[in-house]
Design a protein around this ligand. Structure first.
Ligand SMILES: C[S@@+](CC[C@H](N)C(=O)[O-])C[C@H]1O[C@@H](n2cnc3c(N)ncnc32)[C@H](O)[C@@H]1O
Length: 454
């Protein structure tokens, strides 16, 4: 029976925790809170930051520091956790409140960011004191962080030798099985670097590369040499380009939209591929089941001066007259985006991959029903897991003999033959596309196949 007495008990006065106002602490507080929330609730880091930033009251510089600490913590989470655990002789203390996320955020600064050690340690200790549960372990936290700072070179040397040290075991196993150990190691190593920023341009990649101090990539994207705030760059206000990883631009190259064609983009938001299709002059129906994400798609298209018919619906059940071409950029585990979103490695589980693979099969069949005889169907995912790529296509073709594969030719994708597998499908891996430096190399892990309805 429910406890009736509690409703009659006078409410206990809420004593807000006493927050230290030392400069720099609010950014660390937000970083640790976000790290904790993402790991507990398995939510996306970007969305969690977007939700928590406005109420944090941080200025732009502190917000960017908080983001840098959290992103770095996830990029190097395996190394950081191992280094902390190795210095906690009796293991992590129980019932210690925010002790672990505070130490994780501080270790990210000490090991990987350009922050003076004394600032990282001092602010972490002040932060531990804000909560009675972690305050009891402030001396322990202090000792661990000081040791980390003293032993930084040894920690980094050990991490360098452990190439899979920042990749969860299930992903190591999956990638070693799919691609072999050497390739899996090169992939894991590339995830340790910050990713480059790529733009898709409506026209004149060479001209925009020059104006923006970028590199014109063989497939027509522009890779910026320096990371910068994009809203201030030339061409942003006039809608000359949009941010899109170079590998994410490939599926629409296979679709090859032509002016006047009717094309359905079935999982369209936030609209990077819709923009490519619309910019090619096709008439595009952009469908997604998420209204908030479609609002972002509309805002993106408005800035670019492009248009699409926008439909909020579930693509599994949506009915319409068949299209000349259909793009299905299906929801997936997104393990191909780990370099850009390092939290994905720690928030996704094999169960997510399997649940999404079942949804992908239903969406694939629904997309087939929307493709005209003679029409093209491109299926793609930003996943490195064969269950969401190669295996989906094999099962789809076995179920749907009215479709045949139209292999991709290197000249359709700027001559990048390494990105085409033995079936003629696209399979990009994060360490491919060598550039001038490791940071300017690589692209997302994508799978894409092009099928024709007979
Ligand atoms: C990989 S994202 C699409 C990215 C987008 N194509 C782009 O290039 O910007 C997958 C999208 O599928 C949508 N989605 C998931 N399940 C869906 C369904 N059953 N019907 C329609 N959209 C769905 C999600 O809301 C999400 O926006």
């Amino acid at each position: 029976m429910a406890d009736q007495s509690s409703s009659r008990r006078p409410a206990r006065p809420e004593t807000p925790p006493k927050l230290d106002d030392a400069p720099g602490l609010p950014a660390r507080r937000l970083a640790a809170t976000v790290i904790d929330e993402v790991l507990r609730a398995r939510t996306a880091l970007d969305e969690t930051l977007e939700r928590m930033l406005p109420e944090s009251g941080l200025d732009a510089a502190d917000a960017s520091l908080a983001r840098a600490i959290a992103v770095t913590a996830f990029r190097r989470l395996g190394t950081i956790q191992h280094a902390i655990d190795a210095r906690l002789e009796r293991g992590s203390p129980r019932k210690s409140g925010p002790f672990e996320p505070i130490l994780t955020a501080a270790a990210a600064q000490i090991l990987f960011l350009d922050v003076p050690d004394h600032a990282a340690v001092d602010l972490a200790i002040r932060h531990l004191h804000e909560d009675a549960r972690s305050a009891r372990y402030a001396a322990l936290g202090n000792a661990v962080l000081r040791r980390l700072a003293r032993e930084r070179d040894a920690v980094l040397a050990e991490a360098q030798a452990e190439v899979f040290g920042d990749t969860p075991d299930w992903l190591v196993e999956s990638w070693c099985t799919a691609y072999g150990e050497d390739t899996a190691a090169a992939m894991a190593q590339s995830h340790r670097e910050e990713p480059p920023l790529d733009l898709s341009v409506k026209a004149d990649p060479a001209g925009w590369a020059e104006k923006l101090d970028g590199i014109a990539l063989p497939i027509g994207s522009v890779r910026l040499r320096e990371r910068q705030a994009i809203a201030g760059l030339p061409g942003f206000d006039e809608g000359a380009w949009w941010v899109q990883d170079a590998a994410a631009a490939l599926p629409v190259k296979l679709l090859a939209p032509k002016p006047g064609e009717r094309i359905a983009d079935l999982c369209a938001a936030p609209g990077g591929k819709t923009a490519q299709i619309a910019a090619a002059g096709a008439s595009v129906t952009a469908l997604d089941r998420s209204s908030p994400r479609l609002r972002r798609l509309k805002a993106n298209l408005a800035r670019l001066g492009l248009s699409a018919e926008v439909v909020t619906a579930d693509a599994v059940t949506w009915k319409a007259d068949p299209f000349d071409a259909v793009l299905l950029d299906a929801p997936c585990s997104a393990t191909g985006t780990i370099r850009r979103h390092p939290d994905v490695a720690w928030t996704k589980l094999p169960e997510d991959r399997d649940r999404l693979a079942a949804l992908q099969a239903r969406l694939f069949d629904a997309a087939a029903a929307l493709t005209k005889p003679g029409g093209r169907l491109v299926y793609c995912t930003c996943s490195l897991e064969p269950q969401e790529g190669e295996e989906q296509t094999a099962a789809f073709l076995a179920r749907n003999p009215q479709f045949r594969r139209e292999p991709v030719r290197p000249e359709e994708i700027g001559g990048l033959a390494d990105a085409i597998d033995s079936n003629g499908d696209i399979r990009t891996l994060p360490h491919q596309l060598q550039g001038e430096t490791p940071r300017l190399s690589g692209w997302a892990g994508f799978y894409a196949t092009r099928l024709i309805r007979l």
